[in-house]
Design a protein around this ligand. Structure first.
Ligand SMILES: Cc1ncc(COP(=O)(O)O)c(C=O)c1O
Length: 407
């Protein structure tokens, strides 16, 4: 008889966003005339910019003409787009070749799938709190034991807290695969060059691999902060970088991302190029290439006009972030993040749990956040607010917190 992958039974995660949706719907039912302001979800809300629309239209028009029609493309991604990404990285003094870049349908799938090219005996380290995809994909693969007291047996958790500014330090023990996300979802923290260097040094020393998720890199405004792990010397020998057009170009629905597997990256028993060729093999077997229309759109994002427009888009969301941060600080809340990331990490006052404060915020101010405890045990006592809403909603939400939230 057929059986299921029993690792799915260990998963916890689906609870978070379905529970938020349920509590929000219940609250709306109780207060039918009241506007609920959603600052919970990390989804973009602003429309695509004019040059991206032009690029996407160009892609559609090409498909409508027999002379320019294309079916399946290069599984690794359109060469022109990969070359444009090479130029994009060159501006940060990072030298890549198009063969090192794999275009995908987004960073979520890549960050979930990348573990599949590594052995099940690898010890995995994740931050706590964490973007849960890194954890769940390893649970499904079978690299963990059961979920006990808020943690999966077999995973190494790197604690992020106020003391370390929500950027973890490398594990004390030897691990093999380390997931890092900077700027960070959910805490909005960003790693400095020295902090990333400590991980690169650790990885080189322990022959470990870093999976670096730079999906929010576009939000970094301080030029001294690294936008790519490859800005750190030696990283090409030990790091895979995953990225996305979602958050800085509004592609959450269009779907497009990329992953860099450097030729220099080696793991036990492999020579140069081998990890790259295994990821290529994996993609060729299980993926048929990203949408050709979306790739035309991405080329437009990387063009001169597209870059100017995406900077404006980022500024729009970061003005929201600044407003949330300042409004909450003025009310006496302790808040983190929101300077190089579109997330504000609020310390829940009065010793309440994340869910207690979620309820209070929803019932009294009609504002929806995301309980920090949903991202890991160290997220307990925090709440994430997203700056991706439209400005009016953010303004109303802040006014409502000021006017209605009881001390
Ligand atoms: C850290 C991080 N990585 C990846 C993603 C997903 O990106 P994509 O839309 O490209 O799948 C998200 C989305 O919220 C994210 O927060």
């Amino acid at each position: 008889m057929a059986s299921i992958n029993k690792n799915y039974k260990k998963l916890q995660g689906a609870y978070l966003f379905s529970e938020i949706a349920k509590r929000t719907a219940d609250s709306q039912k109780k207060n039918p005339g009241v506007e609920i302001m959603r600052l919970g979800v990390g989804d973009t809300t602003e429309p695509l910019t004019p040059s991206v629309i032009k690029g996407l239209k160009k892609g559609v028009e090409k498909l409508g003409n027999a002379k320019t029609y294309t079916g399946y493309g290069n599984t690794q991604g359109d060469v022109q787009l990969r070359k444009a990404l090479v130029d994009f990285y060159k501006k940060r003094n990072v030298n890549l070749s198009p063969e090192e870049i794999f275009i995908s349908d987004g960073a979520k799938s890549d960050s979930a799938n990348i573990q599949s090219i590594f052995g099940l005996d690898n010890v995995v380290a994740v931050a706590d709190p964490v973007y849960t995809v890194y954890v769940d994909s390893n649970v499904i693969a079978g690299r963990t034991g059961e979920f006990i007291n808020g943690r999966y047996a077999g995973l190494v958790y790197m604690e992020c807290n106020e003391q370390n500014g929500f950027i973890p330090v490398p594990p004390k023990e030897k691990t093999d695969i380390i997931y890092l996300c900077s700027p960070n979802n959910p805490t909005g923290a960003v790693a400095t060059r020295d902090q990333l260097k400590s991980f690169v040094d650790y990885a080189l020393k322990n022959k470990a691999i870093i999976i670096f998720d730079g999906s929010y890199a576009g939000y970094i405004s301080d030029p001294t902060l690294p936008k790519s792990i490859y800005e750190i010397e030696g990283a090409k020998k030990c790091a895979i970088e995953i990225n996305s057009f979602s958050k800085w170009a509004g592609f959450t629905g269009v779907r497009l991302g990329w992953t860099i597997v450097p030729m220099d990256l080696v793991v036990e028993g492999t020579k140069k190029d081998k990890v790259n060729s295994i990821w290529s093999r994996r993609q060729n077997t299980m993926f048929n290439g990203a949408s050709n229309i979306a790739q035309e759109g991405a080329l437009a994002v990387l063009g001169e006009e597209g870059q100017k427009e995406s900077k404006k888009l980022i500024s729009y969301y970061m003005e929201n972030a600044a407003l949330i941060k300042k409004s909450l600080e003025d009310l006496g809340f302790k808040v983190f993040g929101g300077e190089h990331a579109p997330y504000i990490w609020l310390k829940v006052p009065g010793g309440l749990t994340s869910w207690d404060f979620f309820n209070k915020l929803l019932e009294e101010a009609h504002v929806v956040g995301t309980p920090g405890s949903g991202f890991g045990s160290q997220g307990e006592g925090y709440l994430r607010l997203s700056a991706f809403g439209d400005k009016k909603t953010v303004e109303k939400a802040m006014k409502s917190i000021k006017d209605n939230l009881k001390p």
